[in-house]
Design a protein around this ligand. Sequence first.
Ligand code: NAP
Length: 235
Amino acid sequence: MTQERKIAVVTGGNKGIGYEICRQLAQKGVDVILTARDEARGTKACETLRKQGVPVRFHPLDVDDPGSVGRIREFVERAFGRLDILVNNAGINIDAEKTGANVDLETVSRTFRTNVYGPLLLCQAFLPLMRQRNFGRIVNVSSTMGSLAEMAGGYPAYRISKTALNALTRVLAYESMGTNIRVNSMCPGWVRTDMGGPEAERSTEEGADTAVWLATLPDGGPTGGFFRDRKRIPW
Ligand code: NAP
């Protein structure tokens, strides 16, 4: 019997860590839906991967737009009738110059819409499909900047949004107990991307590794955890 290919949706797949997660998952034989908010950037990324012999599909997705989340859910349900893997990778970090004492609500709200509400809506969109088949792997790409154990100052909206994303991981993992749905957070480390900058210590290949590992966990694998380099780290 041939094994059924897993279907994955990756958000923010047009560049950086998300692009690399798509590449590595597709290389492992996963049927990847690379999503991006900008259609031209997304299709270009898919074309580049196709030329490298790594075929992936494209679908537009702006995680900050509930209508767009609804459209990808409809597409996935119609085209496949299931979703096995959801990687909430898309994220913004727009408050480098701010402190907790002066950050404005518009910045916090924008950051939350992308980094927290988007992942929440996507989980709500796809969990019913995962529950139907009792299979799911949800990976929330977080950051140790959101770790309460290592909390420091600066980047307040970004930090608080990642703490909230980690809480979402815990809530959904708890609610999925007793099922074959695994929900985990991970930190990619400091990675050379547009967000991480050129001085960062890690390549995107290194940054994507733990997310890909969590996305392809075997049955009985960990759930409700926060990981870096495939090891648990403190919340
Ligand atoms: P990046 O190069 O800036 O890429 C971010 C991706 O998210 C881009 O594809 C971007 O699309 C997409 N995105 C932003 N807003 C979106 C929206 N509303 N809808 C859909 N896509 C959206 O950043 P990265 O370094 O690869 O970061 C990926 C994830 O890793 C983020 O969650 C980030 O917080 C996390 N992380 C990164 C580092 C690091 O050192 N780089 C460290 C810890 C955690 P556009 O191209 O259209 O903007």
